[in-house]
Design a binder for this molecule. Structure first.
Ligand code: NAP
Length: 498
C-alpha cells in the first residue's frame, strides 16, 4: 500500500496486482481497472489473464497435488500452516478490510468483522485437518475387515462472487486445504484484490508453492475455461443459479468433475404474533440491509402473522428509516454502496416493478444521492402477493417484500413457495411453533429468533435450486474428499477353483 494512504482515505493511485501462480507473483498482462463503488475513483488494477495462464495454474496445482508435498503431510502439519495463516491475517486485518471496501463498497467496520470471521475459518479449518477421519467395518465376518478412507479429491477450481469476496473465499480455502487438495481460484473480476493478497499470506504461512493459485479475469473467459478444464477434479462455484446451471453443463460436457454449488436464495423470515416484535424487527431490518441486501442469505420475504402485521410493519419501517447509509470508509456507516452499476440498475428496476404491480412502499423505494457512488435506501414493500416479481425473484438488494399469514401451515407453505432453499428464519417464543417451522421449511440454514448468526463450525449450503453440497466445518472438508472402501482379507482365502 502507498505509505501516504491512510485506511480511511482513498489511495492516491490505483494499486497494481499481478496474479498468483505457483507461489509467486506473475505480471505483464493487460490490466482491468476497478473503480471504488462508493466513490467512483480507480482503486485497483488486476491482470486480464489468458486461458494459457489458467492452464499453467492448473498444471502447478496438479504438480503440487501429485508430489504429495501437501496431501502427504499429517493433519497436524497442515493445521500448523492454517494456524500461521490465521495469525498473519490477524496482523493484516485492517489492510485486507480496506481493499475489500474499496473494491466492494461495503462499510469498513463490517469488512473488519468479516476478516475476523475469516480468521476463525482458518482456525476451524486447522482443527478439521487434524480431526478428519474415515470409518471401519468390523461387521464383515472374521475373515474380512473393511476400512473407509477419506482421500483428497485432487485439484479444485474455486469460483467466487463479488458480494463477499474474502469471506466466501475463506469459508472454502481452509477447508479445501485441510482435506489435502490443491486449488486454482477465479474471483469475480471486479473484486480480485483480496483473493490475490491471500496468496502472499499463505506463502508466508509456509504453504508449499502451487497449492494455492489465483487466476484473474472475466467469468465468461477464465471462469468458463475453469469449469470446462479436463484436469480439474472438483469445482466449487458460488454465484447465481443461472451461471450455476451452465457450470453443471460444462462439468458434464468435460470430465464429470465433482461439483459444489452455492447459489441464489429468496429467503423467508417468518414472524409469529408471540414473537418479541422489537427483536424480530431489528432482525428483519438487519437481514435485508446487511451488505446492502447483496447477500445470498438476505431475508428478502417477510411472512408475518396477520394479527400483528400492521403493528410489525410500522415498527420495522421506523427502524429501517434509521439505518445509516453512507460512505463505506466512514466508521459510522451501516449500509454502503451497491457493488456494480449493473446490480444498481437491477435493484432499481425491481423497485419500479414492485410499485407498478401494486405493492405499497412503506419506506425507501429510491436511490440515495450522495454526490458519488450508487446507494439505495433500505426498502419495505407491504401488500405483496406471491405472483409479483418482487415476491419471487432474487433481487440481491435492500428490498424486503412483506406477506401475511393466518395459520402455521400457511406460513410454512408461503415459506416453501420458491425454487430456492438457502436460508430461513423464524421468530416465535413458542418452542413448538419454532421447531415445527424449522423442521418443515426446506432450507439449508435456519435461524430461530436470530438471523445470520453462527460460525465456521456449522455447515452452509442450500436445498433445491440453491445448490449442492456443504461448505465449512468438518462437513465442508468432507466435501473435498473421496471415500474409498478398502477390504482386507484375514487368514487363508476360501478358494474359488476347487
Ligand atoms: P455470478 O454472475 O453467477 O458470478 C459468480 C462468479 O462466476 C464470478 O466469479 C463470475 O466472474 C463467474 N462467472 C460468470 N460467468 C461465468 C461462466 N459462464 N462460467 C464460469 N464462471 C462464471 O454471480 P454474482 O452476480 O457475482 O453473485 C451474485 C449471486 O451469487 C447471487 O445469486 C447470490 O445469491 C449468489 N451467492 C450465493 C452464495 C451462497 O453461498 N449460496 C453466496 C454468495 C452469493 P465475473 O464476476 O468475473 O464475471
Amino acid at each position: 500500500m502507498d505509505q501516504r494512504t491512510t485506511l480511511h482515505s482513498l489511495p492516491q493511485a490505483p494499486r497494481e496486482f499481478g496474479f498468483w501462480l505457483d507461489g509467486a507473483w506473475e505480471g505483464g498482462r493487460p490490466l482491468f481497472e476497478r473503480a471504488s463503488p462508493g466513490h467512483g475513483v480507480a482503486v485497483t488494477l488486476t491482470p486480464k489473464c489468458t486461458v494459457a495462464d489458467l492452464d499453467a495454474a492448473v498444471a502447478a496445482a496438479r504438480r503440487a497435488f501429485e508430489d504429495r508435498g501437501w496431501a502427504g503431510l499429517s493433519g497436524a502439519e497442515r493445521a500448523a500452516v492454517l494456524l500461521r495463516a490465521a495469525e498473519i491475517l490477524r496482523r493484516r486485518r485492517d489492510e485486507i478490510a480496506y481493499w475489500e471496501v474499496l473494491e466492494n463498497g461495503k462499510p469498513i467496520a463490517q469488512a473488519r468483522g468479516e476478516i475476523d470471521h475469516c480468521i476463525a475459518c482458518f482456525e476451524v479449518g486447522a482443527g478439521a485437518a487434524r480431526l478428519l477421519h474415515g470409518d471401519s467395518f468390523n461387521s464383515l465376518g472374521d475373515g474380512l475387515f473393511g476400512m473407509v478412507l477419506r482421500e483428497p479429491v485432487g485439484v479444485v477450481g474455486l469460483i467466487t462472487p463479488w458480494n463477499f469476496p474474502f469471506l466466501i473465499l475463506c469459508e472454502r480455502v481452509p477447508f479445501i486445504l485441510a482435506s489435502g487438495c490443491t486449488m486454482v481460484v477465479k474471483p469475480s473480476e471486479v473484486t480480485s484484490a483480496t483473493s490475490l493478497m491471500l496468496g502472499e499470506v499463505l506463502a508466508e504461512a509456509g504453504l508449499p508453492k502451487g497449492v494455492y493459485n489465483v487466476v484473474t479475469g472475466s467469468g465468461r473467459t477464465i471462469g468458463q475455461a475453469l469449469t470446462e478444464h479436463p484436469d480439474v477434479d472438483m469445482l466449487s462455484f458460488t454465484g447465481s443459479t443461472g451461471v450455476g446451471r451452465s457450470v453443471v453443463h460444462a462439468a458434464a460436457d468435460s470430465n464429470f468433475k465433482k461439483l459444489g454449488l452455492e447459489l441464489g436464495g429468496k429467503n423467508p423470515i417468518i414472524v409469529f404474533a408471540d414473537a418479541d416484535l422489537e427483536d424480530a424487527a431489528d432482525g428483519a431490518a438487519f437481514g435485508i440491509s446487511f451488505n446492502t441486501g447483496q447477500c445470498c442469505v438476505s431475508s428478502s420475504r417477510l411472512i408475518v402473522d396477520r394479527r400483528v402485521a400492521a403493528e410489525f410493519e410500522a415498527i420495522l419501517a421506523a427502524k429501517m428509516k434509521r439505518i445509516v447509509v453512507g460512505d463505506p470508509l466512514d466508521e459510522a456507516t451501516q449500509v454502503g454502496a451497491i457493488t456494480t452499476d449493473a446490480q444498481n440498475q437491477t435493484i432499481l428496476s425491481y423497485i419500479d416493478k414492485g410499485k407498478a404491480e401494486g405493492a405499497k412502499v412503506l419506506t425507501g423505494g429510491a436511490a440515495i444521492e450522495l454526490g458519488r457512488g450508487s446507494y439505495i435506501a433500505p426498502t419495505l414493500f407491504s401488500g405483496v402477493t406471491p405472483d409479483m416479481a418482487i415476491a419471487r425473484d432474487e433481487i440481491f438488494g435492500p428490498v424486503l417484500s412483506s406477506f401475511t399469514f393466518n395459520t402455521t401451515d400457511e406460513a410454512i407453505r408461503l415459506a416453501n413457495d420458491t425454487v430456492y432453499g438457502l436460508a430461513a428464519s423464524v421468530w416465535s417464543k413458542n418452542i413448538d411453533t419454532a421447531l415445527t417451522v424449522s423442521r418443515r421449511v426446506r432450507a439449508g440454514r435456519f435461524w430461530v429468533n436470530c438471523i445470520m448468526a453462527g460460525g465456521p463450525e456449522m455447515p452452509l449450503g442450500g436445498f433445491k435450486q440453491s445448490g449442492w453440497g456443504r461448505e465449512a466445518g468438518v462437513y465442508g472438508v468432507e466435501e473435498y474428499t473421496q471415500v474409498k472402501s478398502v477390504h482386507v482379507e484375514i487368514g487363508k482365502r476360501s478358494h474359488w477353483i476347487k
